[in-house]
Design a protein around this ligand. Structure first.
Ligand SMILES: Cc1cc2nc3c(=O)[nH]c(=O)nc-3n(C[C@H](O)[C@H](O)[C@H](O)COP(=O)(O)OP(=O)(O)OC[C@H]3O[C@@H](n4cnc5c(N)ncnc54)[C@H](O)[C@@H]3O)c2cc1C
Length: 518
């Protein structure tokens, strides 16, 4: 198969990119692939919404910029922060023009408040903002004849010079992908390739990310020798519901603390005043560490979130999903405290890109959570990620439209790209072993590379991961390639990079906390 542009990932980044490019270049063929159905993504689970300045009486670009910089411990790139904040309102308006419908307060947008923000500025759709945005974007993308979708296909490897025998151009030429259903590996060549594969929360045992968030784009980019940065900056969300619901860790949005909910320890005491002057709305790293400390002090597996003082009508109107999910565990949040614990939530780092989403490999772009743009630095401000995805998707699409006009390879060149040459011999009876290795890896990362690290814990993780790596490599060499095995390979690569980059990081900044440095 061949496309002008291959987009790998159909969350907010991939979809908004494809819609814009399809509008702009109706004669260009875009192929989109997603590991599950089109909807399943981190985007689908976003609750709070998009941080954007829309009320210029109580808010300003300067304030949003300052909040973003402060949350990052002043490690974000100020130039990037500035243009993302300023381009945000236009991108959100565009999203509304494409069918997204955000909550209103009279004639204006209803704005939520989240941790680290000095003003109310979160545009949202009840507590299901991501689901609503995904549905609007999918409908819009489906309306374009020049976008073709391949659901339930997973990226195996990017096609680079390494795969070619003859002529080479030092760029990306598409990707090999595997069908989740019949495990057939196909080659999709393309003039431009876009990674929009989202985060890698599944590297941990407790994560708010869905099962498919396994860092596949990061792993593939790393194998293709593309620059990958800042993977040691992983944000833990302070308040995931404890225990899991239907096997998944459910997020209790920060917006509920914005509406007045407060954290309490085992004894029912509010504790955030001991840790930060911004109390329960301090940045996430501060709140996560405070919860961690309280859990240790009282030897408990969780703390509590008290939403009982919030008006019942507001709870029902703004947090219907949180209410109904807690009710599944028998918790009426208007009357009882919600048990919560921190869970891995967001990767601030990723594939290094320039201001147009272009990676260090020519013709390869990365947008959304899998990228490292410089916006978040050592810590992401709440609800800045959907914003970043929208802004960079638009920039990358503009850049691609231009690149497709002047910098393309002849169609005949792609005929020379070989099919996948993988091992296809032994029968695949190793699924159980693969899932055991995945679970081992998650336990190692949670135990040793969590909210609080140390030189010793990182050393232990490194050693334990070497065993997982060796077993994975052995499986990879001997067995038919399966989606589960490619995923495990990516998790191992991401975990290894996280440990390495943690070991090289010399100080505590943002979400990175090594107790040896205190
Ligand atoms: C529970 C939760 C709540 C959140 N709340 C907010 C919020 O309120 N505001 C905010 O700004 N951010 C929030 N975030 C973060 C935000 O949702 C994500 O950062 C953002 O949605 C990422 O978008 P994306 O398009 O980059 O990736 P995703 O939306 O994760 O999409 C990734 C896509 O890549 C595909 N993919 C992955 N691997 C492969 C592969 N191997 N082959 C093919 N396709 C693949 C997936 O199938 C999917 O289509 C939240 C995250 C979570 C988990």
């Amino acid at each position: 198969m061949h496309a002008d542009v291959l987009v790998i990932g159909t969350g907010i980044a991939g979809l908004s990119y494809a819609v814009r490019l399809a509008n702009q270049c109706p004669d260009k063929k875009i192929i989109m692939i997603s590991k599950r159905d089109l909807l399943e993504s981190n985007t689908k689970y976003a609750q709070g919404g998009i941080a954007v300045v829309s009320n210029f009486i109580n808010d300003s670009y300067a304030d949003h910029v300052e909040d973003t910089l402060r949350a990052s411990d002043y490690t974000s790139d100020p130039k990037v922060v500035d243009f993302v904040v300023r381009e945000g309102p236009l991108r959100v308006q565009e999203l509304m023009d494409w069918g997204a419908d955000f909550d209103k307060s009279g004639a204006s947008l209803h704005l939520g408040k989240e941790g680290g923000h000095s003003a109310k500025r979160i545009v949202h759709h009840k507590d299901q903002s991501g689901l609503h945005i995904q549905n609007a974007l999918i409908a819009k993308a489906r309306a374009h004849d020049n976008i073709q979708f391949f659901e339930n296909y997973s990226l195996v490897d990017l096609i680079t010079d390494h795969h070619l025998q003859g002529e080479k151009h030092g760029r990306c030429y598409g990707a090999y992908v595997i069908s989740i259903k019949d495990e057939e590996i196909i080659k999709i060549t393309s003039q431009l390739t876009v990674l929009s594969t989202g985060g890698a929360g599944q590297v941990y045992a407790h994560t708010t990310n869905p099962n498919a968030a396994t860092g596949d784009g990061l792993g593939a980019a790393y194998r293709a020798k593309v620059q990958v940065e800042n993977l040691h900056f992983v944000q833990f969300h302070p308040t995931a519901l404890y225990p899991k619901v239907d096997g998944n860790t459910f997020l209790i949005s920060e917006a509920i603390r914005g509406a007045g909910a407060i954290l309490r320890n085992e004894k029912g005491e509010a504790f955030m005043h001991k840790y930060d002057t911004q109390l329960d709305l301090a940045p996430r790293d501060v709140v996560s560490r405070a919860i961690n400390a309280e859990m240790k002090k009282h030897n408990t597996s969780h703390v509590y979130l008290d939403a009982t003082k919030i008006d019942q009508i507001i709870l029902a109107q703004e947090f219907p999903t949180i209410m109904s999910t807690c009710m599944k565990l028998g918790i009426d949040i208007s009357k009882s405290f919600i048990p919560v614990l921190p869970a891995a939530h967001y990767f601030c780092g990723g594939i290094d890109v320039d201001e147009n989403g272009q990676s260090s490999l020519s013709a390869l772009y990365a947008i959304g959570e899998c990228s490292h743009t410089g916006l978040h630095g050592a810590n992401r401000l709440a609800s800045n990620s959907l914003l970043e995805a929208l802004v960079y998707a638009a920039r990358a699409a503009e850049h691609a439209a231009e690149a497709l006009r002047k910098n393309i390879l002849p169609a005949s060149f792609f005929d020379g790209v070989p099919d996948w040459l993988g091992t296809e011999d032994v029968s695949n009876e190793r699924i159980a072993q693969i899932s055991l290795l995945r679970s081992d890896l998650q336990q190692i990362m949670s135990a040793h590379v969590g909210i609080i690290k140390s030189g010793d814990s990182l050393g232990l993780a490194e050693k334990a991961l070497q065993d997982v790596y060796a077993s994975t490599a052995a499986l990879y060499q001997k067995n038919k390639l399966t989606p589960q095995l490619t995923t495990l390979r990516n998790l191992v690569s991401v975990a290894y990079l996280m440990v390495k980059q943690s070991q090289q990081h010399p100080e505590n900044k943002g979400v990175y906390y090594n107790q040896d440095y205190v």
